[in-house]
Design a binder for this molecule. Structure first.
Ligand SMILES: Nc1ncnc2c1ncn2[C@@H]1O[C@H](COP(=O)(O)OP(=O)(O)O)[C@@H](O)[C@H]1O
Ligand SMILES: O=C(CO)[C@@H](O)[C@H](O)COP(=O)(O)O
Length: 463
């Protein structure tokens, strides 16, 4: 029974699963938290990974892969040392750089045609421009640039050559997933010169072996990928499946056979981890809005759920625009949240909690609409991420999304996808191994509440 490990190094934590390579059965798992903040020293992710792996978690493992939060800028000097803390996907300081870069290439359509996305502060390319403009001494020392999962993979293997995969590379803004090549011209446009970029490995290539101090030797390291790409692989998402993830970010995405190019910038035309594509919409405000709502009401998440479920659909007329951390979709990096429609009658914990849940889900319903507007078919909506554990999110999601919502068995799907990629590399087969899906899937259905979305849209659009 060979074992494989999958690592999810996402925004708030590292999670590791160890699974049977042939059946996919979960053998053991562990997690360790990351520091808070939108810039983080990558060494904290390594400490979290090795911390979670301590106590023999990886003993007997034959293959491993790392999936990571997308887009983060890890700038490296000539010796491979970290130049400054990594700027994460949810850091909005490069908003002006994003606007400048968009204009310099000739507008949003020029970018979406070139690399399948339009610059917003999340994307690595805008962070490099920010670095060049605001920290010239650090920029001058920057010889290479990696994404979080690339950096962790290189630490695992200790190899001189850094590698990435097509999925994560497609979120940089200087990789064209349709042509499968770096756009060094865009890297130069952003940074004034082109720092070294990692080699793009094939989906199930063995890129090295683990020989890092403090970890057991593991003979096969797979290329890894971005966290959303890994979730798609972990779920085995197929045609017609739209995945909605309520994690630190809110995302809606689907696996597609052809690249997408949305000149509005709403849908990012990423690549997936298997050689296909992953059109994706991402919001900055998801599970942590629920955390903030619960904290403001002085209750834990379970009590917050009970409050939200005790209120009527529509929260007595309250609407939350959940832009607590600025927003990426729509592109409003400096936005703040808004609670609209307050009356003496609805100023109650129950309606407030419900408005928070409905507000987050309205942002995700807009994301699903953007996908369908770009030709993505929806036969099934799969709800995952930490927020999918919320009873209120599960109950209210079908009302706001206007469709039944499937909640797969609780699992760390990003880490699962990384583990499945590791098993694929280990097997050396043309396709990833087929793992048995858990039967614990639940389908949530309810009458849609379009009025809630109409009121949300009015607040979102300032009417
Ligand atoms: N029952 C729940 N209700 C609401 N939010 C939850 C619940 N359980 C976990 N979360 C939240 O989910 C988030 C973590 O989700 P996850 O998908 O693991 O995020 P990430 O991958 O970005 O680190 C945290 O903000 C956590 O508080
Ligand atoms: O920026 C994106 C997608 O484009 C985010 O989805 C990040 O990849 C972070 O993911 P989580 O930590 O929320 O899983």
């Amino acid at each position: 029974m060979p074992l494989v490990a999958g690592v999810d190094s996402s925004t708030q934590a590292t999670k590791i699963v160890v699974r049977d390579a042939e059946t996919g059965e979960l053998v053991r798992q562990a997690r360790a938290p990351h520091p808070d903040g939108t810039e983080v020293d990558p060494r904290a992710w390594w400490e979290a990974l090795t911390g979670a792996a301590s106590g023999g978690l990886l003993d007997g493992v034959s293959a491993i892969a790392v999936a990571g939060q997308q887009h983060g800028m890890v700038a490296l000097d000539a010796e491979g040392g970290v130049v400054r803390p990594a700027l994460l996907w949810n850091d909005t300081r490069s908003a002006a750089a994003a606007a400048d870069l968009t204009a310099e290439l000739g507008g949003p359509a020029a970018w979406s045609e070139a690399v399948g996305l339009v610059p917003v502060p999340s994307f690595t390319v805008t962070k490099l421009r920010w670095l060049a403009e605001h920290e010239p001494a650090n920029a001058a020392r920057t010889e290479g640039v990696l994404l979080p999962h690339d950096w962790l993979t290189q630490r695992l293997t200790g190899a001189d050559e850094a590698v990435t995969d097509r999925g994560d590379a497609s979120g940089t803004g200087y990789y064209d997933p349709a042509a499968d090549r770096y756009r060094t011209d865009l890297l130069t446009l952003a940074f004034g010169r082109a720092p070294r970029t990692p080699r793009v490995a094939a989906p199930a290539e063995t890129v090295g072996a683990v020989r890092a101090r403090g970890l057991p030797p593991i003979d096969v390291v797979a290329p890894g990928t971005g966290d959303n790409m890994a979730a798609a692989l972990g779920l085995g998402a197929g045609p017609g499946d739209v995945v909605v993830s309520v994690g630190t970010s809110g995302t809606a995405f689907a696996v597609a056979d052809a690249p997408t190019s949305d000149a509005t910038g709403t849908v990012a035309g990423f690549a997936d981890a298997t050689g296909r594509y992953l059109p994706l919409v991402c919001t900055l405000n998801a599970a942590r809005v629920l955390n903030a709502g619960a904290a403001a009401l002085g209750v834990d998440l379970a009590a917050f759920d009970r409050l939200a479920l005790a209120a009527e659909p529509g929260a007595g007329g309250l609407s939350l625009l959940p832009y607590l951390d600025g927003e990426r979709t729509p592109d409003r990096p400096d936005a703040t949240g808004r609670l609209d429609g307050l009356t003496r009658a609805n100023l109650r914990p129950e309606t407030m909690a419900r408005a928070f849940v409905e507000g987050v889900l309205c942002g995700l319903a807009d994301a699903v609409d953007a996908l369908t507007g770009n030709g993505v078919p929806v036969r099934r909506v799969l709800l995952i991420g930490g927020g999918a554990r919320s009873a209120a999110v599960r109950d209210i999601a079908p009302r706001i999304l206007g469709r039944p919502v499937t909640v797969p068995a609780e699992s760390e799907y990003v880490a699962d996808g990384a583990a499945r990629q590791a098993a694929w590399a280990l097997a050396g087969t043309a396709e990833p191994p087929v793992w048995r899906a858990s039967a614990d899937t639940a389908v949530f259905e309810a009458d849609p509440t379009p009025r809630v979305r109409e009121r949300y849209a009015a607040v979102r659009d300032g009417h």
